[in-house]
Design a protein around this ligand. Structure first.
Ligand code: C5P
Length: 204
């Protein structure tokens, strides 16, 4: 029986982090935090005219229930507020406290293994090619009834990657000791199996 541990899962948009994180959390009976939701909630409040730093400093649980958080507009806004160091600082303590939960935790985002929880027992970097990620995001948006086209989704994915990877504060990059999983050619089942195997190998 493994003692409680923290799993940090980072990677670019639509690489499969969310699906993998939920599956890893369920498999090992760990709590899960999708940290992107925090930035999306701040981004949504900025779109409503609020100052992003003030929004981050006063973020409440109810903000995470906003049904618009998954829209493309909020995703772009999230990646814009995410470059502001004061926004990141305001969200730090909550994420670190979550990572230290006594029963163990899985956190997914962009800077979990590098900044939020560099001491995590397991770090995964989940990635896929931009075209594959845009195809997945496009299919997901179509299924949810959003009116969009593939080229717009691909441009969105690329501009978000660029902003996330080039920002000065906590840019998206794999931690030195992260295990990289490229899901471009993997089914969901295969990707989840690789992630569970990587966690098991690190925690044995
Ligand atoms: O993961 P998700 O696509 O929901 O994240 C939305 C945006 O929030 C990302 O594009 C990124 O700019 C920001 N983010 C971040 N750090 C995290 C999680 C998300 O900067 N840990």
């Amino acid at each position: 029986m493994m003692s409680p541990f923290t799993v940090a899962i980072d990677g670019p948009a639509a690489a499969g982090k969310g699906t993998i994180s939920k599956a890893v959390a369920a498999h090992f009976d760990l709590a899960h935090l999708d940290t992107g939701l925090l930035y999306r909630a701040v981004g949504a409040r900025m779109l409503q005219g609020e100052d992003p730093i003030a929004a981050a400093e006063s973020l409440m649980a109810a903000d995470l229930e906003n049904p618009d958080l998954r829209t493309a507009a909020v995703a772009q806004s999230a990646s814009k507020v995410a470059v502001i160091p004061e926004v990141r600082a305001a969200l730090l303590d909550f994420q670190r406290a979550f990572a230290r939960r006594s029963g163990g935790a899985v956190l997914d985002g962009r800077d979990i293994g590098t900044v939020i929880c560099p001491q995590a027992e397991v770090k995964l970097f989940v990635t896929a090619s931009p075209v594959v990620r845009a195809q997945r995001r496009f299919a997901e948006l179509e299924e949810r009834g959003f009116d969009t086209d593939f080229d717009t989704v691909l441009a969105d994915v690329k501009s978000r990657d660029d902003r996330d990877m080039t920002r000065a504060d906590a840019p998206l990059r794999p931690a030195e000791d992260a295990v990289t999983i490229d899901t471009s050619e993997l089914s969901i089942g295969e990707a989840v199996a690789q992630a569970i195997a990587a966690v098991t190998a690190r925690c044995d």
